[in-house]
Write a new protein. Structure first.
Length: 543
């Protein structure tokens, strides 16, 4: 690595204007990136890290966004003074970016070949044949198996890990000098995270490029970054070599971030507690039909013979990679998709019940989804969102009583009951997830399915949500089915764990046993990746 600074950001400020109101998102931020160096911007949501990074490429929503002060030098050129034509030449060719969610970053209407080759044709002037050859090279380099078969695929036909690899291929197509990686692994399983990080490290060494890493995952930062800048409320509060920041943090906020991982252990389970839910040899097979007559030629065995028992006050952790059957299992248990095999809820077999027959049980069986941005309607107020279940399932309640219950539910999840007339966009991500939890809890359920409820949240907010879920479970004796790929969160909340792979249980047992004495190679690989152990070992075992 040389000491020459490829990027030099000096006293950068960013304002956003909405009508007459002005928000100061970034306030006098300075940082540098040397050639071949990895620099991390870390901080919680709203700290200004992504806004600072997007300013380098001038990708903010102008003219609502403005830069009242500061300079951004890239290879000696002040980008804030560059023309739009100059920026078009730099974007994608000399500076590339990988966004957090590849499904929204890739064009759903274009094939993978078209999206990658378009960059090569625009920036390098390659003809269609040469662009196709280079696209195949790139897909192979980023680890896409059988790339020839993927050229005609659309984004929705790829897994999350494959989509992120395509995004990396897009970003590296022109061998840029700087790669900006904005939360590149947040939505991925732990073993896929390990593979993507190892891939980025390998490609960085091969191409000699600099990397600006934006993330709230401090485990990734410690493994990847040479230097770290910690941001809070639009300002840099601490910076330095990564190892020094982690071992000797000087600022209270940095220490807060380092101590923000979910802690504590699950509430001890009572083996004599009543059984809330049981399944035996549960199967969900999706037929594969081909030919003119659409004959069934095979099945996708999403869930293939799973038996489980869940008691009141217990948390069952369900872990495994994408496609392992975790969410499908949960949806079948809640009778939201069809399945084969007995599902017994509170002593009553429910797998054969129709829609109207299931309705009286709906208030007892609730769900909290992964993404509070997508699960809350932006057109409804918080009050309307939370009381919707009450309106449908308890029609005997009057408007005043429903409003009182909504206020009580908000208080229980740590929100101001006076906020119920506001809308979801007026809340932070953590607050929105609390609203989603309040929507489930207002019906006083006995069973709650938690589908990745913390994966989209900052580490400190994750810890708060885990504490909240434990408190609610302690007060109400709730049974949780907790689906997650974040094993640190699973360990903090679960009594019992089942590990799924390809629709089958490969290991199950008490949480302490699974985490401290895993028996299968697959479970060991998940733990190695989750706990930031040797990535190469985790990847090799998992694959």
């Amino acid at each position: 690595m040389t000491t020459e600074n490829l990027v030099n950001v000096r006293n950068l400020s960013v304002d956003f204007r909405a009508g007459t109101a002005v928000s100061h998102a970034v306030k006098g931020v300075s940082f540098t990136i040397a050639r071949g160096e990895t620099v991390a911007l870390v901080g919680e949501s709203g700290s200004g890290k992504t806004v600072s990074a997007l300013s380098i490429l001038r990708l903010l929503n102008y003219p609502a966004a403005s830069h009242p002060g500061g300079e951004i030098y890239f290879a000696g050129r002040n980008l804030l003074a560059a023309s739009e034509a100059e920026m078009r030449e730099i974007r994608g060719r000399r500076i590339s970016i990988i966004f957090q969610e590849p499904m929204t970053s890739l064009n759903p209407l274009h094939t993978i070949e078209r999206q990658v080759s378009e960059i090569l044709q625009i920036h390098r002037g390659l003809d269609e044949k040469a662009a196709r050859v280079r696209t195949l090279e790139l897909l192979e380099k980023v680890g896409i198996r059988e790339p020839e078969k993927r050229l005609s695929a659309y984004p929705h036909q790829l897994s999350g890990g494959q989509r992120q690899r395509v995004m990396i291929a897009l970003a590296l197509a022109n061998e840029p000098d700087l790669l900006i990686a904005d939360e590149p692994t947040t939505a991925l399983d732990v073993t896929i995270q390990a593979q993507i990080l190892a891939l980025l490290e390998s490609l960085q060494r091969e191409l000699g490029m600099a990397m600006l890493l934006i993330t709230h995952d401090l485990g990734i930062v410690r493994k990847m970054a040479d230097r770290v800048y910690v941001m809070k409320s639009g300002e840099v509060v601490e910076n330095g070599p990564a190892e020094r920041v982690f071992t000797e943090p000087s600022h209270a906020y940095t220490r807060h971030l380092l101590n923000a991982e979910p802690k504590g252990k699950a509430i001890p389970e009572d083996p004599s507690a009543p059984v809330v839910l049981e399944t035996k040899d549960l199967k969900i097979w999706f037929p594969i039909k081909r030919g003119l007559l659409r004959k069934t030629v095979d099945h996708i065995k999403a869930v293939d013979g799973i038996s489980l028992t869940l008691r009141a006050g217990q948390t069952l952790g369900v872990v495994g990679e994408s496609g392992s059957g975790k969410t499908t299992l949960g949806l079948a248990i809640l009778r939201l998709i069809q399945s084969d095999g007995p599902i017994v809820y509170m002593g009553q077999r429910i797998d054969g019940l129709k829609g109207k027959e299931m309705r009286p049980l709906r208030r007892d069986m609730q769900i909290v989804f992964q993404d509070p941005y997508g699960s809350l309607s932006p057109r409804l107020s918080v009050s309307q969102i939370i009381e919707e279940g009450l309106t449908i399932l308890t029609p005997e309640l009057g408007a005043d009583e429903r409003r009182a219950r909504v206020g009580q539910a908000l208080t229980e999840v740590g929100l101001d009951p006076q906020a119920q007339d506001r809308y979801p966009h007026e809340f932070s991500g953590g607050q929105r997830q609390r609203i989603a939890i309040a929507r489930a809890m207002v019906l006083e359920p006995k069973l709650v399915m938690l589908d990745e409820p913390t994966s989209a949240l900052d580490m400190s907010v994750q810890a708060q949500i885990v504490d909240l879920l434990r408190d609610l479970q302690r007060k109400r004796g709730l049974a949780y089915m907790f689906i997650s790929h974040d094993l640190k969160v699973v360990r903090a909340l679960s009594n019992h764990v089942i590990v799924l792979r390809n629709g089958k249980v490969v290991e199950e047992g008490p949480a302490d046993q699974i985490f401290e004495q895993p028996q299968t190679a697959y479970t060991k690989a998940l733990l190695a990746a989750a706990l930031n152990l040797e990535v190469a070992h985790a990847t090799a075992v998992a694959t």
